[in-house]
Design a protein around this ligand. Sequence first.
Ligand code: SAM
Length: 277
Amino acid sequence: THFGFETVSEEEKGSKVYQVFESVAKKYDVMNDLMSLGIHRVWKDLLLWKMHPLPGTQLLDVAGGTGDIAFRFLNYVQSQHQRRQKRKLRAQQNLSWEEIAKQYQNDERDSLGGSHVVVCDINREMLKVGKRKAFDQGYKAGLAWVLADAEELPFDDDKFDVYTIAFGIRNVTHIDQALQEAHRVLKPGGRFLCLEFSQVNNPIVSRLYDLYSFQVIPVLGEVIAGDWKSYQYLVESIRKFPSQEEFKEMIEDAGFQKVTYESLTSGIVAIHSGFKL
Ligand code: SAM
């Protein structure tokens, strides 16, 4: 396993990854916005649109870090629930939309329709930042935080409707083991969704992307976060991650079916989807 121009063993990778995220945790969100020019927000929104959670969805967001996917999920299910409730009120009582808005109660507005998300991450510091964000932004209901390894999840079999992992799987030492765990904890019919950096499929974008990744990102890491090495690791781990097709096969090997993927922004990232059937 290559690590910031050092070669480290598989055993060392886990502790190195831990150090990287422990070191970047406090600056993680601001660096994400800076390095991706805010585009990571659009990719994450697209993951939610793809998921399109139904009322009552139980989501496990692994490598959930500072909670970006979980907060998007909560916003999404809340707005879906509101829309449904308002439509129901209108159908039942034949009211105008203005009258419905007046009748609409605060407790209904806050309801998530039974949906719930568990954020799971191996890094205490990343979770700490996430919990603080949840508190500051007023997320209370429908959310739990669990410190755990993607390779050994502390959950029963067949527990979740959806499993997400965003920009997390490339950091896991044994990806095949994490995929098997994802399969185990999903209910039959449950869906696996992974957002991850992938292989760029446009030669011009690829040249620009290489320049940006190797010349700009470690410099930004040093200037903003005082941490060249961690950001060099991030760039290198992106390059070492399997292509869209190779990763699709790995997901199938873990037992998932109907596996598909969609490349976004010329393949800079891809969303892979699979079902436990
Ligand atoms: N999902 C978040 C997002 O999209 O902003 C955070 C992604 S961050 C790049 C990667 C996260 O993976 C870090 O929070 C790190 O602690 C976590 N991670 C790395 N290895 C892990 C493992 N084996 N199990 C669980 N989480 C892990």
